[in-house]
Design a protein around this ligand. Structure first.
Ligand code: ATP
Length: 913
């Protein structure tokens, strides 16, 4: 050891002392001052437990004044080191004396050379963590793991297709109750975990705010901040309150206020999600304020998910307007769009032929005839079919829904002609109406006879719901609750919760139309349609409250009506004309448009043309359904779900989640870091904070512990347990804490190895890849950060295949601390050389991986560029700059890919006995 005054050394016997400075030398003794603890120690120069601290190029130097600077070059002057570092905008020279006294040895190399090593278990944990992170990343299922949801193929397909897109823009239009909220949650989860999105705004009707908040939290561990007017008026620093939170949920009605709109537009978002988007009114004559706001947001926010079960509820043009928000390049001309629809059947049969591997005629000229058939089909769907932005799964193709039974309840006519109306209660004094309308008395007796079964009652207006509920409650002694727009949000949620309560809850929930959208009431089997809505899609929405995922039993739809009234007319038109009570229909708007005036005439006064209307409607419905099922719906089915793929995604998720593997990793994590754990039952355990934790991996574990499960099935049954899946924030945090810490970065041990002389050295090294690129480029998916392990002997021979990491783990033993520092000191040069070798080896391997990544990245962008160029031929609004932008993006991505670096994560030195 050669000492000089002013050099920085570290005591490997006592690293708590921090970084020392040699202050005195007298030949046989060396004195070191440790400023961090204000102590001075004197050692014999021969065997001082000291390690010289020498940073290397690329290391980070911590200065006394708290800066972290990268070392660019190292110079030596009179045995003292001078570091050339990257200062602010310029190079700076720093003497080693300027280094921070509280040393944090940041690299495995530094730690090994300073004999700052950890147990083999810690090294193995580090290795396992890096490998799991990579396994999860590489699975292509990021974001779909660890959510508290059943693995339903149609949802997985959509979530996977959309979630992997960069800044996805889609309309999720599955029929009612198929789980659009869950699909949106999965897509969002995936985007958040991949880093593609960070700032997200969800806009939902006021009545659905709480439901969304809860679903996001309990199924995806996403904590959204609920914003209302009062939250908007308080900002920490007078800035934009939307900027205070990353995940914001609010009611669409918040944006009736111009200031709220301005603030939302002013904030930066990565993704916007809008539920029940058909409610934002659009018409050719008048675009509502809130739709205009949506247009402004859509132009600004890269990711956009619009949700509606009834996309055509307010007409084809409004549907088109929403598609245009998502993909203005593709949907720019409504007339052309209508014309396209007439060609759907043709394209559908062309795709079928491609599927069958036939040689097809009539492929459009912009579709590459040489491309593989699945690429041709995707391009056809996108450019000529329903587009790549629309996803609509149908109940019929998803399957598994219970049957619906329609029970009409005719009631005698009342003398007063008002009762001929669809909604007589709007025309009579409430008190009188409650007494006169036979449906009220019928409702009371029906509820009594259905007791104790839960019954959802839906009527058109809040006033009707209010009157009925108080009547049932006060005069008929029926436990009920009301749910309508005149109640506050809290009151509404309280009512829904009261209804959901099994034992003590309300038997009936009386809702206005707002209870007919989005809400989950599948625990009930009886639906009473106290009156009927005027649009078939609204009826579909109402029935969808019960007939949705999670409904296990047959559902009964009761329809009371006054004989001879408009109520009967409408009921028969829905029932006999469209068969809507028993099966869902995606052509509701089209059918209504076709017969609107004839139906209105019959609703005013039924006449002898009614039977004809019923027959015509039935015929039209059958024809339209057939037409759609061969054209549009078939295309939609093709683009919205591939059940086979959905099923195999589910299987792949099951395999990767593997509760057994997760359970043993959790045990390893807890054992090494010192978190207490105790088995609760198969796949579940109780976690408690340890008294002496080496690392704080689970800071959120409460004082008195918590029960966690590693199984998705168990998590679905036990909502009170934490589903500690691979992607749970605790698990993600634990894994990144392990890799971000020094734990397990260096380890030293001994083992006997047959045929290998004692005193031989083995170096086991682990590398990961780091890439610093703007996240908007979405490059991570092209260059997964695969960890690489290599095992070298003292001469640099690669023994990785001969001796696996697992075998080494089993056989390696501890060496006494004193011996380690002696050995490390002697081997200093060899250690450095082997690490250098391995670094070079991985740098060149990384190069080939970068080349592969660049290839697939280019391919993807070239396809985008080709798509846009082809669309530009038919859509003049696509600007040349948009194509140029994509080209620039491609260049930027390729440049960023080339900056990837291999990082040494851990090194283990093993000496043979
Ligand atoms: N994968 C799943 N696992 C468990 N529960 C699910 C799953 N998908 C949906 N559900 C449940 O099914 C119900 C319907 O889901 P969701 O509310 O997302 O449907 P939706 O398509 O948005 O319905 P609507 O058209 O009525 O708005 C909800 O109670 C939801 O929690």
């Amino acid at each position: 050891m050669s000492f000089a005054i002013g050099q920085r050394w570290l005591s490997h016997a006592d690293s708590e002392l921090g970084l020392g400075i040699i202050v005195e030398l007298d030949g046989r003794r060396v004195s070191v001052h440790f400023p961090a603890v204000e102590e001075e120690r004197t050692y014999a120069t021969e065997n001082a437990p000291l390690t010289r601290v020498k940073l290397r190029e690329g290391d980070v130097l911590h200065t006394r004044d708290g800066r972290k600077l990268q070392v660019l070059a190292i110079h030596e002057e009179q045995e003292l080191l001078i570091y050339e570092v990257a200062g602010e905008g310029q190079r700076e020279l720093l003497a080693e004396l300027d280094m921070d006294d509280h040393i944090d040895l940041a690299t495995p190399r530094q730690r090994l050379l300073a004999s700052q090593y950890d147990s083999h278990a810690a090294f193995a944990l580090r290795m396992a963590t890096a490998q799991h992170i990579h396994r999860l990343q590489q699975s292509g299922l990021r974001g779909l793991l660890g959510t508290r949801t059943a693995l339903l193929p149609h949802q997985l397909y959509v979530a996977n297709e959309v979630g992997k897109r960069h800044a996805p823009r889609v309309l999720l239009a599955d029929e009612v109750g198929l789980g659009k909220t869950i699909e949106a949650g999965m897509i969002l989860h995936r985007q958040l975990l991949s880093g593609d999105s960070r700032r997200v705004l969800i806009m939902v009707p006021e009545s659905l705010q709480f439901q969304w908040l809860v679903e996001m939290r309990r199924r995806f561990n996403l904590n959204f901040a609920l914003f209302d007017e009062s939250r908007l008026s308080e900002s920490d620093d007078g800035g934009n309150p939307f900027e205070d939170e990353q995940l914001v949920l609010c009611s669409t009605s918040l944006f009736l206020d111009a200031n709220a709109r301005a603030l939302a537009l002013d904030a930066e978002w990565d993704m916007l999600i809008v539920d029940e988007v058909h409610r934002l009114a659009w018409s050719q004559v008048e675009v509502s304020e809130d739709f205009r706001f949506l247009q402004d947001m859509a132009e600004q926010v890269p990711g956009l998910l619009l949700l509606t079960a009834t996309p055509e509820q307010v007409g084809q043009e409004a549907h088109f307007a929403r598609l245009a928000l998502l993909d203005p390049e593709r949907f720019h001309d409504f007339t052309a769009f209508e014309e396209e629809e007439s060609q759907y059947k043709r394209w559908s049969s062309l795709m079928d032929a491609l599927d069958r591997g036939e040689d097809v005629q009539g492929l459009p000229s912009d579709i590459d005839p040489e491309a593989p058939s699945e690429r041709q089909i995707a391009a056809l769907l996108d450019r000529y079919g329903t587009g790549r932005v629309l996803f609509r799964n149908a109940r019929a193709s998803v399957g598994g829904f219970p049957t619906r039974e329609m029970l009409p309840h005719p009631l005698p006519m009342v003398e007063n002609p008002v009762y001929q109306n669809l909604y007589p209660d709007l025309h009579v004094d409430t008190e009188l109406w409650l007494q006169e309308d036979p449906r009220v008395a019928w409702l009371v007796s029906q509820l009594k006879s259905l007791r104790p079964q839960k019954v959802l009652v839906i009527c058109a207006t809040a006033d009707t719901a209010l009157a009925l509920e108080s009547y049932l409650q006060l005069r008929a002694g029926i436990r009920s609750a009301a749910f309508h727009e005149q109640l506050s949000l809290v009151e509404r949620d309280r009512a829904a919760a009261y209804f959901a309560e099994q034992e003590q809850g309300a038997q009936a929930l009386i809702c206005s139309e707002i209870g007919g959208e989005g809400r989950n009431f599948q625990f009930a089997q009886h639906l009473i349609l106290f009156d009927l809505p005027e649009h078939p899609d609204q009826l579909e929405q109402r029935i969808g409250r019960l007939d949705r995922i999670g409904q296990r039993d047959r559902i009964f739809i009761h329809v009371p009506y006054i004989e001879g009234s408009a109520q009967e007319t409408l009921m028969r038109w829905y029932h006999e004309g469209i068969d809507l009570f028993r099966s869902s229909c995606s052509a509701g708007d089209m059918i209504l448009n076709q017969f609107r005036s004839a139906l209105d005439e019959q609703l005013r006064q039924q006449n002898d043309r009614f039977d004809e209307l019923l027959q015509e409607t039935a015929r039209f419905t059958t024809d339209t359904r057939k037409e759609l099922s061969e054209g549009r719906d078939k295309l939609l089915e093709r683009s919205s779900c591939n059940t086979e793929q959905g099923l195999s995604l589910g299987e792949a998720i099951g395999e990767i989640e593997d509760p057994e593997r997760l359970g043993s990793f959790l045990e390893q994590l807890c054992d090494v870091t010192g978190v207490e754990h105790e088995e609760h039952s198969k796949n579940s355990s109780v976690l408690r904070r340890g008294e002496q934790e080496l690392l704080e991996i689970f800071p959120e574990v409460p004082e008195d512990g918590c029960t966690v499960t590693v199984s998705r099935d168990q998590a679905l049954q036990r909502e009170d347990w934490i589903f500690l899946g691979w992607e749970h924030p605790w698990m993600e945090n634990a894994m990144s804490t392990v890799l971000g810490s020094a734990l397990g970065q260096a380890s030293v041990g001994a083992m006997s190895l047959k045929g290998v002389p004692g005193g031989s050295r083995l170096y086991e090294l682990l590398f990961t890849v780091s890439l610093s690129a703007p996240r908007a480029l979405g490059l991570q998916r092209y260059l997964p950060l695969a960890p690489q392990r290599i095992l070298l002997d003292a001469n640099g021979r690669d023994l990785s295949k001969l001796l696996t990491h697992e075998r080494l783990n089993e056989r390696v033993e501890k060496i006494p601390r004193g011996t380690v520092s002696k050995v490390v000191r002697q081997l200093r040069e060899e250690i450095e050389t082997r690490i250098d070798d391995a670094e070079q080896h991985f740098a060149s391997e990384l190069e080939s991986r970068q080349a592969l990544a660049a290839e697939s990245y280019s391919e993807q962008l070239d396809e985008e560029i080709a798509r846009l160029s082809s669309l530009r031929k038919v859509n003049p609004s696509i600007r040349h700059e948009e194509i140029e932008n994509l080209k620039l993006r491609k260049e930027a991505g390729l440049a960023a890919l080339s900056t990837a670096r291999a990082t040494l994560q851990g090194v283990r030195l093993v000496i043979t006995r």
